[in-house]
Write a protein that binds this ligand. Structure first.
Ligand SMILES: C[S@@+](CC[C@H](N)C(=O)[O-])C[C@H]1O[C@@H](n2cnc3c(N)ncnc32)[C@H](O)[C@@H]1O
Length: 384
């Protein structure tokens, strides 16, 4: 097992998990999943061992890992080490092992070292049972290996919100999440506002999917998250929250759902907007040749990317024209997700409809003939 021990310890920083399967007859556990984790006491290997419907956990130092591999670990006939982009498989052959390598589509795990972990607002190991029910944490509050990317993404979102709200001493805070989906972000935001900031938060999540909405409400109720509720609602059709709101968030809400969220925020005077758009189909589907940038419309790939950038640039400009100060941030690494642009906006003044200057946007729309929902919703005009 020495070769496998060396392979594991060499890969510690990039390893997503290692699986041990095909146990010898009579072995106590049918399967083990091994993950590198960072505990307060230092770097460890967490072994999740399965026996029937039960799961048993062990945390091992590097030294103890060697012993575990020679004992319990050697009862398995197949061991696979999953790192970003590569899987190394060991198959038992007599007294030795046959090693092979193959590609995979996994991305790198979040850095789980001490220094990086301190930067995360929401720390692995925090006893938050709702996140276990959501499927983000394991039963002992570790991040599930396949949720590391999401965990990292949501922590980044929280960091940006935290930056914006630093020094804000509001007692209560109302936030709407448009296209909340499984609502990891929505739950994390609730935890942040209520448990970490001590605010009396009201958070409402909207989504089209009745099953996920029901599940999210169930978890919120189970853990007494009284200010957190979810509704099945097509946000393009109205019927949304009627009270005062402080913030609107979107994380990859599809296509024009983002425009409806932004328009709602503007019309209801939300002070904060945090919006990570995705699948900007509307402009891509309606733009036509019209000027200096026609070269970018000739090839489908360029057209799609150009349309996405143009959509978000237009959204940022429209928000400015309605009284917001807007920043455009790279939300996460492009390699982590290509949908990585965040529009972060803060309301600085109120601009009535008649005084909104949309001329820069209208100039481009007129030339290139595209439709854009946020423009329509804020100006009351179909197009120009
Ligand atoms: C890519 S998922 C993102 C979910 C979640 N915000 C996240 O980042 O994990 C987009 C979600 O938006 C929802 N959605 C799309 N159009 C919508 C609409 N018009 N009204 C409400 N929800 C919508 C979808 O059902 C889906 O769950």
């Amino acid at each position: 097992m020495k070769e496998i021990f060396e392979d594991l310890t060499k890969k510690r920083d990039t390893l997503v998990k290692a699986t041990f399967s095909s146990p010898r007859e009579g072995a106590e556990f049918s399967r083990t999943v091994l993950r590198p984790v960072q505990l307060k006491s230092g770097a460890r290997w967490q072994a999740e061992r399965f026996a029937g419907t039960k799961v048993f956990h062990l945390n091992l130092t590097d030294e103890a890992l060697g012993g575990w591999l020679d004992g319990e670990g050697s009862a398995y006939r197949q061991i696979a080490l999953f790192s970003a982009g590569k899987t190394v498989t060991y198959l038992r052959r007599g007294a030795g092992w046959k090693r092979s390598e193959a590609g995979n589509a996994l991305s790198a795990p979040a850095v789980r070292g001490n220094n990086r972990e301190k930067e995360y607002l929401l720390k692995e190991g925090e006893a938050i049972p709702a996140f276990v029910d959501l499927g983000v944490f394991t039963a002992d509050y570790r991040i599930k290996a396949d949720k590391y990317d999401k965990y990292k993404q949501i922590n980044r979102f929280l960091e940006i919100v935290d930056d914006a709200l630093r020094g804000v001493n509001k007692k209560s805070f109302t936030l709407l999440d448009f296209g909340c989906g499984k609502s990891y972000l929505t739950f994390f935001l609730y935890h942040y506002l209520v448990k970490m900031r001590g605010m009396n938060a009201k958070i409402v999540g909207y989504d089209l999917k009745a099953d996920v909405v029901a599940q999210c409400n169930e978890i919120a109720e189970k853990y007494g998250y009284d200010g957190l509720r979810f509704y099945v609602n097509d946000v393009t059709k109205g019927g949304l929250y009627e009270g005062e709101i402080d913030a609107v968030v979107t994380l990859h809400a599809c296509d024009v759902a983002t425009d409806y969220a932004l328009a709602f925020a503007v019309e209801r005077g939300a002070e904060y907007i945090f919006s990570v758009p995705c699948c900007q189909h509307e402009v891509n589907g309606s733009i036509r040749a019209g000027g200096d940038f026609d070269l970018l419309l000739r090839h489908g790939l360029f057209k799609e990317r150009f349309s996405a950038l143009l959509t978000d640039a237009v959204r940022a400009e429209l928000l400015r024209a309605t009284g917001y100060s807007v920043d455009v941030l790279e939300f996460v690494d492009f390699s982590h997700s290509p949908k990585n642009v965040m529009l972060r906006a803060r309301r600085t003044r109120s601009v009535p409809l008649a005084s909104r200057d949309f001329s820069r946007v209208e100039g481009i729309m007129e030339k290139y003939g595209f439709r854009q929902s946020l423009y329509r919703l804020l100006s009351g005009r179909e197009g120009v």
